[in-house]
Write a protein of this length. Structure first.
Length: 520
């Protein structure tokens, strides 16, 4: 064995206790705090024997996120960076006149009003309107706790032969940050996060009008318009994205586009700002029958449309469900079908006791025949809904903005009269834009395959009187996705990919379960 003289033998170094590379870090323990004060008034006023009014008002004070020991930091576009002399630097709680990520908001009034009117015995009309604010969720709005306060050390051999320390001596001590080391230019040259100080509190207006009518035999019909409108919703963007009027410089040979960033001392500045909107409108129909004469069912049908600038749960930042954006400076350019937009939904369940055996319409006998065919109950749960939207995108990003997702240019609808899993949409309707320009296609413009599923159960009970009054044997057969109908995922929508338009995944498959139980 002839080891390279510039590397040596690692096993020999281990036996000698010579260390060539070592790193260690201890992140600080932080305690984020947000205390919200809320008071509310609510009253039900019976205006007449058939009219009831619901009146309410909630008042809320929304503070910003703090840290128990002021170990909090974030980017500030108005703070001078001492290393560059330009705007854009870090602030640290307690050192720069701030102790919270967001400013406290006081004028958060949330009225609610509703009514229920019954013009006749079997008819009820209901309606309501309300404003509901959203608390600043930790994962989206809490800022950067513990920034610059990690105790760490990292040493590496410069030549691969000279040890940085021997195990008998012990590793070098951790470098403990001090207040003096927390300078505004601490993370220059790195990506940082930013939550605007004057972030508006997200809120949603909800409204509905509902008509309910009861038919004979316990059947209830219901028709409703349900809608909502969201304002100041959290959106994800890059605050350091190169503006649209400068991205054409990308076509100049040898140009370092990073110098055109608004804050060139940083890489990306991941931003959560409250500039988003949402809109939901729906027609909801329902038919329900209580369990009588061996039958119970509920059926729901919804025709709806959901629009927004970006879809996200707020967990880990806006857009957590896969929303994409191209120009972070223009939220309205991303306004379109929500990731949650499912225009048609039809679902429900049914329970039916089969009409065979003692006391039933057919084969009304006791004894062994009843023990075999009587008392069987079949139940089903069904779900049918249209597909979810998706966005055609480019495989690379040559728009020159150094952020976001590059959209293609759309020269056709992209839709096919008879889509298949091998070609769900027409990729030829999307072409690559010129370098240094944005594409004109939009977000969530196409829809994937619909969903159909039926789950069923068959069950029966036998009383076993020899073991007491409550003794019982039951059997049950459950099947999910009875017809084994494949529900396909959305296609590959990356323009230029070899498998663009192809669906490669399915979400369900049939499963059977047999169950027997003896109770005594």
């Amino acid at each position: 064995m002839n080891p390279s003289p510039s590397v040596g033998i690692g096993y020999a170094d281990l036996l000698l206790g010579d260390v060539s590379n070592y790193s260690n870090s201890i992140s600080p323990l932080t305690g984020s705090r947000l205390k919200s004060t809320q008071v509310f008034f609510q009253d039900d006023y019976k205006a007449s024997s058939n009219l009831t009014l619901n009146l309410g008002l909630r008042y809320e004070i929304q503070p910003g996120w703090k840290e128990a020991h002021n170990e909090l930091s974030d980017f500030d576009p108005n703070l001078i960076n001492p290393a560059t002399g330009t705007l854009g630097a870090l602030w640290f709680a307690g050192n720069y006149g701030r102790t919270s990520v967001e400013a406290t908001q006081y004028n958060l009034w949330q009225p609610r009003v509703g009514f229920a009117w019954s013009p006749k015995k079997n008819l009820v009309v209901r309606g309501g309107y309300g404003i509901y604010t959203e608390l600043f969720g930790y994962n989206t709005y809490a800022g950067s706790t513990g920034t610059g306060l990690t105790q760490q050390v990292s040493v590496n051999s410069t030549d691969g032969l000279t040890a940085v320390f021997n195990l008998a001596q012990g590793p070098p001590p951790l470098i403990v940050p001090t207040p003096a080391s927390l300078t505004p230019s601490l993370l220059n040259g790195q990506p940082v996060s930013y939550i605007p100080y004057h972030t508006r509190t997200p809120y949603i207006q909800q409204y509905q009008l509902d008509v309910q009518y009861e038919l004979p035999r316990g059947i209830v019909l219901d028709a409703a318009y349900v809608g909502s409108k969201g304002q100041h919703i959290a959106l994800a963007a890059d605050y350091n994205q190169i503006p649209a009027d400068l991205i054409s410089n990308f076509t100049n040979p040898g140009v370092n586009m990073a110098v055109y960033r608004p804050y060139s001392q940083y890489q990306g500045i991941s931003t959560t700002f409250g500039g988003g909107t949402s809109h939901y409108d729906s027609l909801q129909l329902r038919a329900q029958k209580q369990y009588t004469q061996g039958l119970q069912f509920i059926a729901n049908f919804t025709y709806s449309h959901t629009l927004d600038d970006g879809t996200g749960s707020g967990y880990g930042g806006a857009g957590a469900e896969g929303s994409v954006w191209q120009n972070g400076y223009s939220p309205s350019s991303s306004y379109g079908n929500s990731q949650l937009d499912v225009p048609i939904t039809f679902n429900g369940d049914v329970i039916y006791e089969l009409p065979f055996g003692k006391g039933k319409a057919f084969l009304n006998r006791g004894g062994v025949l009843n023990a075999i065919i009587g008392g069987w109950v079949v139940s089903g749960l069904f779900q049918i809904h249209s597909g979810t939207p998706f966005t055609p995108t480019m495989s690379s990003n040559l728009d020159g903005s150094l952020a976001g997702t590059w959209f293609p240019n759309r020269i056709g609808s992209g839709r096919l009269a008879h889509p298949t899993i091998a070609k769900w949409f027409n990729p030829a309707d999307f072409i690559q834009p010129a370098d240094g320009t944005y594409g004109n296609s939009r977000r969530n413009i196409l829809f994937g395959p619909s969903w159909r599923q039926l789950d069923m159960s068959l069950s029966k009970h036998w009383a076993v009187r020899k073991f007491g009054q409550l003794a019982d044997i039951s059997v049950r057969v459950d099947s999910s996705d009875v017809f084994n109908h494949p529900n396909f995922s959305n296609p590959n929508a990356v323009i230029g990919s070899p498998t663009v338009g192809v669906i490669t995944g399915a979400n369900t498959s049939r499963a059977l379960q047999f169950n027997g139980k003896f109770t005594f």
